[in-house]
Design a protein around this ligand. Structure first.
Ligand code: FES
Length: 74
């Protein structure tokens, strides 16, 4: 689905950018141009970015914490 019509950016491209390390709307703007013209897409782009980060969080946790941490008894 197109999110930013001015730049032709889709939700998939925003999710891919999040997976590649895009952290903020500012990053999206500089990497993809999202919100750099009329800015009508900003609200939706931010929501998709947050959603993508939430979905990535469990997999990213294992990158930050060593495997041994997760297998330790409580
Ligand atoms: S729709 Fe994204 S800048 Fe216009």
């Amino acid at each position: 689905m197109y999110v930013c019509l001015c730049k032709g950016i889709t939700d998939t491209q925003i999710r891919d950018a999040a997976a590649e390390g895009c952290q903020s709307l500012r990053d999206l703007r500089s990497d993809l141009g999202v919100g750099s013209q009329c800015a009508k897409c900003v609200r939706q782009a931010r929501a998709i970015l947050r959603e993508a980060h939430a979905e990535l969080a469990p997999s990213r946790a294992s990158e930050i914490m060593p495997v041994a941490y997760w297998s330790m008894p409580a």
